[in-house]
Design a protein around this ligand. Structure first.
Ligand code: GLV
Ligand code: MN
Ligand code: MN
Length: 399
């Protein structure tokens, strides 16, 4: 049961033919199939699986209890995402635990593999939904108020999946069992290509967040409405795209992206009545992201005013800068024999857990340097090195 063969087992689940890549979102049929696959695989390896109050799966080797060594990832994807973002961590974790179990080694502390619910926020909009709920960094009521594009809430989706969403919320009992937390992930940029190394230890996660800009104008006829009579919300929406690029290009360490825009009603011969546009912004350092978003928002408000449109800006998610536990980083480096340390601009559940328990990350080289797209990749040899590294780390941490 190598990580490479496990990745092969799930390679056909959730392929998105129209978009390319994979679309696997919390509690949809594809992700549900992957969760069932994970449970079956974990049980077959002798692990005991439980679902926590927030829809996260925990597979235990040993009696769950305080001081446990926990490794995690996720099985959901962005729309049209790659095969490795999430599944690489899950499959390496299953491989690592299986190889330790098959050896003479017996851990001094329990070990758990967690699959977090909705890490990408691809369905309900808030990333790391399962780990935010678990740690209480997102209130249960706020999670219940989220909606997917069809108007389904996480509570309804969880209930349909047989869970009890009344139990959503900070889970001190689950959290109290986590002694040390390590996530393995495919690298999402070119860091390890440039360093010439198959693996790295994570150092920091850039401050980041998501903002929804809702523009309201006047829906009307594309042919019968003179240009001077229009209140077209697509104009300030376009100004948001341009302002994001312009502002982020000027601010050191800033990244700003508009990857999703939903006009209503969305007809070729219809002036939209409203448009929702999502801005993803990330800035290196501390407390620098919201000021950049505010600068972009100021330009957008002015463009909306010129077009006679209204705009409201809503912060849908925010995560402060994370520095992974220095002691744990040193320990991981000691175990792995001095691999490079790597910062990341990508968000992870380990970044959410880091505020509560010593947390760290391992990255596996991605030879394309591309992620959140079908070209995301990892060579078999690097996947195997990742699983071995994770096994070495779990062995050391649980001894
Ligand atoms: C998840 O990968 C994110 O950084 O948005
Ligand atoms: Mn991702
Ligand atoms: Mn991920």
């Amino acid at each position: 049961m190598s990580a490479v063969s496990l990745l092969g087992e799930i390679a056909d689940i959730g392929r998105d033919r129209p978009r390319g890549g994979y679309s696997r979102h919390a509690f949809d049929g594809r992700e549900a199939e992957l969760r069932a696959w994970f449970v079956e695989r974990a049980v077959r390896s002798g692990l005991e699986v439980e679902t926590d109050r927030n829809g996260n799966l925990w597979a235990w080797w040993g009696r769950p209890g305080p001081g446990s060594v926990v490794t995690d990832s996720h099985l959901d994807s962005v729309p049209g995402g790659g095969a490795f973002d999430g599944p690489l961590g899950v499959t390496c974790a299953l491989d690592a635990v299986k190889s330790l179990r098959d050896s003479e080694f017996r851990p001094g502390r329990p070990i758990a593999v967690v699959v977090f619910m909705e890490e990408e926020g691809g369905r309900f909009g808030v990333p790391c939904l399962g780990s935010r709920l678990l740690t209480g960094s997102l209130a249960a009521d706020r999670a219940r108020a989220l909606r997917d594009p069809e108007g389904v809430s996480p509570a309804e989706a969880a209930a349909r999946a047989g869970l009890n969403p009344d139990q959503f919320g900070r889970d001190d009992i689950a959290l109290s069992k986590v002694g040390t937390f390590v996530e393995l992930h495919v690298e999402q940029g070119r860091g390890l290509i440039d360093l010439g190394s198959p693996i790295a230890v994570g150092s920091t996660v850039t401050e980041h967040g998501r903002w929804r800009f809702s523009f309201i104008g006047q829906g009307n006829h594309a042919g019968a409405t003179p240009m001077s009579d229009r209140r077209d919300p697509m104009l300030p929406a376009a100004s948001l795209i341009a302002a994001a690029r312009r502002t982020a290009a000027r601010v050191d360490g800033a990244r700003a992206t508009v990857g999703r825009l939903v006009p209503r009603p969305g007809g070729t011969n219809v002036i939209a009545s409203s448009v929702d546009v999502w801005l993803d912004a990330r800035v290196a350092g501390h407390n620098r992201t919201r000021p950049v978003v505010e600068e972009i928002a100021a330009a957008v408000r002015s463009a909306a005013g010129e077009e006679g449109c209204e705009v409201t800006v809503t912060e849908e998610a925010y995560t402060g800068a994370v520095a992974f536990d220095a002691g744990l980083r040193g320990q991981l480096n000691g175990v792995l024999g001095g691999v490079p340390e790597l910062p990341t601009g990508a968000g992870h559940d380990a970044g959410i857990l880091a505020a509560h328990v010593p947390s760290g990350m391992l990255y596996v080289r991605n030879p394309t340097g591309i992620s959140h797209a079908p070209e995301e990749f990892a060579e078999d040899a690097d996947v195997e090195r990742g699983a071995e590294a994770l096994a070495e780390v779990l062995r050391d941490l649980s001894t």
